[in-house]
Design a protein around this ligand. Structure first.
Ligand SMILES: [Fe+2]
Length: 430
């Protein structure tokens, strides 16, 4: 698909609606009653399993207590694969289910959104719906999305991201589909469910939020209703991510990030994203690394790349991050925003370059463990010239790239990707 097809440069903006939501501590206790109100009888629960926590078991038992029949698909992988979606679709059809509940982060929600669309089209492969509003049947099964991380925003957005494993093994493809038909029926964001989210994972997901918030604030789409939400989500992230990461039982920290996640997703839902996300998708396509980690590494480089287009907006971001910009012009204030982002990245312990990410770098690392020969052979992030070239090409075909404020060509984007691989963050500050 060509970039020009993805985002016509029309002056008309489109608002994409959000689902109903229940937010706050204790809201997950309402899953059963809410499912009954929605008419659920036999529900397919989709999740990565959240092994090491008791969350899935507790929610499933609560649903059964309320009289619901429950079937569980707990094999959703990080960067959910097309076959995860299709296995779940088969399970849904075999068991004659009538509804979905997803429990987890973006992977579980996204796989579930794809499964709903496939179910509504007689089990056609999810990859057929890549693009913008490709669903032909808006009537798909109802879906309650229950978040256990503060990053994705998928519980409230019209986006879902799938890895297509059917492409040429040397050219894997991870895509984001935007579809109003994928929007969930009910989003549940309960900060209590985030308590068991590991430290490193909390930090990485937090940078997904910062990407979701900052990209629409400078996007080419320039959707004015998103700007307030974007800035507020940046403020909440700057205020709460350190606390949520290093004091995991802090309700204030977890709740602050819960709202940051929710508000940031509502900003990008109609405000668009940019090449932080495109680079993140590309690196996940080749290496199966965590989406939030990839965003964190890409974010400072992409902010520096885009800054000359939007010094004033980046100066606003600096203030939202708590920088006292008094006496600074917009250029200096924008540079201070970049310094604040790098400080946050270092404070929460995220690796600074892709070549620094190893198999033991973080708890849910999947380098070299993927299900196909391609992933088995990708045990380290190479970062050489050929790697930079192929990742740059993936970036240029991503559905998020047209929203990036600065023009993206192979020549302009390649140095950004190269810096993500091997560059020194301190170079951006000089
Ligand atoms: Fe994201």
């Amino acid at each position: 698909m060509q970039v020009e097809e993805l985002l016509p440069q029309f002056p008309i903006k489109e608002f994409h609606p959000f689902p109903r939501a229940l937010l706050g501590p204790g809201s997950h206790e309402l899953i059963g009653p809410e499912a009954l109100k929605l008419g659920f009888k036999r529900t397919l629960v989709m999740t990565s399993g959240l092994r090491g926590s008791n969350i899935v078991h507790k929610i499933v038992e609560s649903m059964k207590y309320h009289g619901l029949e429950v079937v569980v698909y707990d094999k959703v992988e990080s960067n959910p694969k097309d076959y995860n979606v299709m296995e779940a679709v088969a399970m849904y059809q075999e068991n004659e289910c009538d509804s979905f509940v997803s429990i987890g982060g973006g992977s579980s929600h996204d796989a579930c959104k794809g499964a709903r669309i496939s179910v509504a089209h007689d089990g056609r492969n999810v990859n057929e719906f890549e693009g913008f509003n490709k669903s032909e049947n808006p009537k798909n099964p109802p879906h309650i999305a229950v978040s256990t991380t503060a990053g994705t925003g998928s519980e409230t957005s019209w986006a879902y991201v799938i890895t297509d494993t059917t492409t040429d093994p040397d050219n894997p493809h991870k895509y984001v589909a935007f579809d109003d038909a994928s929007v969930t029926t009910l989003a549940i964001d309960d900060p209590v469910l985030y308590y068991s989210c590991p430290v490193d994972y909390t930090a990485q997901c937090g940078f997904d939020v910062l990407a979701h918030a900052s990209e629409p604030y400078v996007s080419r789409i320039d959707f004015q209703p998103s700007l307030g939400n974007a800035l507020h989500a940046i403020k909440l992230t700057a205020e709460n991510l350190r606390e949520a990461t290093w004091n995991p039982q802090s309700l204030a920290g977890r709740q602050g990030m819960m709202y940051a996640q929710y508000i940031a997703a509502q900003a990008f839902n109609s405000g668009g994203l940019g090449i932080i996300h495109s680079i993140s998708h590309a690196v996940s396509a080749f290496y199966d690394t965590h989406h939030g980690l990839n965003n964190a590494i890409a974010l400072p480089r992409v902010w520096a790349f885009n800054m000359p287009v939007h010094y004033k907006r980046f100066a606003d971001i600096a203030r939202a991050m708590g920088v006292d910009t008094h006496g600074m012009n917009d250029v200096k204030a924008a540079e201070a925003a970049l310094a604040a982002a790098i400080r946050l990245l270092r404070d929460v312990g995220i690796p600074e370059r892709f070549v620094d990410v190893k198999q033991d770098t973080y708890s849910k690392n999947r380098l070299g463990q993927g299900p196909t020969k391609f992933y088995e052979n990708a045990k380290t992030i190479v970062g050489d010239a050929a790697d930079v070239d192929r990742i740059t090409n993936h970036v240029l075909g991503d559905a998020c790239t047209p929203g990036n404020p600065k023009e993206c060509t192979f020549e302009t984007v390649r140095p950004v990707v190269e810096h993500c691989m091997t560059g020194d963050l301190d170079d951006l500050l000089s």
